[in-house]
Design a protein around this ligand. Structure first.
Ligand code: PHB
Length: 391
């Protein structure tokens, strides 16, 4: 159904582009299509996440008749493969070859850091719809870089507070890269705040899924809880391996993303797992009811946090564009409007801190059937401290 929408949309944009061409000699730039560069993974461990973010972004645009601030939207899409070694070349392609008006991406923190460096050097507007790397809204923060997802610290910290309600010792397991390290650091801070103590940090390289040696070590240490950061396709295997190793009942497992969007694939192995995140399935608010209905109608699937983050990236971009009536040349004005945007997000009210990172509620959830059901709010309006950001 969504593809029909998209087909109709591209037919519209072809017509619009032809009209633009005829009119271009006389008219100003805002009548031309606006170019959105979607740099996201469509292959590898994070492929599903990338697709969900892209679909979320497109859903908002489609709801608005295929236009933002009166301008037709044209997408330039590039598979970043979640490969940091290709990030510089890929980002430059979108900015210099394709001349996108905005860069939207990505999932992987390492790739996103390179993207942000290039975006900063070329003063290209960038919206991060997932990657949680601290630097993006910390030491590398920039007027033209925004994030609609989270900093890795936020869900990690909330997970630590959640686990500390019932457990006092924990071991962490994570992929050894920015997101894993920072997520674990956040967990430790929250867990210690709640009176807990992390005994040991275990890790493996991204995107390795040979979890068995780590699970064996965890079983020997016997902490009261375990916290894990692996994501995408890796989280499906981890949760299954954890249950198959007989650990599910003896060492309760906590995580932020570990069950997000994958409950169907994880089945019984995920049942009852507790997580902390800035969204939950079926979250009760008017915007989310409408969002779920719209997502089901367009894509025939129920949305998750990745779709929300993509949708909100489009909402944030629209807030900037509307303020300048589509004239992307007025960058400073656009940025000002984005900084003060108050978005009606499916996750609840969404605003941005000085460093351009989301200020948002963090929810405790439990996996029941195919849903991560919200039980309560762990922390309200949680902002990343972003101490290194000098904006
Ligand atoms: C990240 O690399 O920042 C990242 C990737 C996948 C997630 C969360 C964070 O689910």
């Amino acid at each position: 159904m969504f593809s029909t929408y998209i087909r109709r949309l591209s037919a519209q944009s072809t017509v619009a582009m032809a009209c633009t061409f005829l009119a271009s000699a006389a008219s100003a730039q805002p009548s031309e299509p606006i170019k959105v560069g979607l740099m996201l993974p469509t292959s590898g461990t994070f492929a599903e996440l990338g697709k969900k973010v892209a679909n979320g972004f497109k859903l908002y645009v489609t709801e608005n008749g295929g236009k933002l601030a009166g301008r037709t939207v044209q997408y330039v899409e590039l598979d970043d493969e979640s490969d940091p070694s290709k990030a510089n070349e890929n980002t430059n392609k979108l900015i210099k070859r394709d001349r996108v008006d905005v860069l939207v991406g990505t999932i992987h923190s390492g790739v996103a850091m390179t993207m942000a460096r290039v975006a900063r050097d070329t003063n290209t507007l960038m919206i991060v719809p997932n990657a949680g790397a601290a630097e993006l809204t910390g030491s590398m923060c920039a007027p033209n870089v925004f994030r609609t997802s989270f900093s890795n610290w936020q869900p990690g910290y909330a997970s630590g507070l959640l686990a500390a309600r019932k457990r006092k010792t924990a071991v962490t397991i994570s992929w050894k890269y920015a997101a894993g390290d920072e997520s674990v650091r956040g967990f430790r801070e929250g867990f210690e705040k709640g009176g807990g103590r992390v005994i040991k940090d275990l890790n493996l390289p991204f995107p390795n899924v040979e979890f068995q040696p780590l699970l064996t070590e965890l079983a020997t240490i016997k902490p009261e809880a375990a916290y894990v950061f692996v994501a995408g396709a890796g989280q499906v295997k981890f949760v299954r391996d954890y249950a198959a190793a007989g650990l599910k009942n003896s060492i309760p497992l906590y995580g932020a993303f570990i069950t997000e969007g994958t409950l169907e694939a994880q089945g019984e192995a995920a049942s009852g797992l507790q997580t902390a995140l800035h969204y939950a399935d079926g979250l009760k608010n008017a915007k989310n009811d409408a969002f779920i209905a719209s997502h089901k109608k367009a894509l025939n699937t129920v949305p998750d946090v990745f779709a929300v983050q993509g949708y909100d990236a489009a909402q944030l971009f629209a807030a900037g564009l509307n303020a300048v009536k589509g004239d992307t040349g007025k960058k400073a004005e656009m940025i000002k409007a984005m900084e003060s945007a108050k978005l009606d997000s499916p996750r609840g009210p969404l605003s941005f801190s000085k460093s351009h990172n989301p200020i948002q509620d963090m929810y405790a959830r439990v996996a029941i059937g195919k849903q991560n059901v919200m039980t309560d709010v762990i922390v309200k309006t949680l902002a990343d401290p972003s101490l290194d950001c000098k904006l």
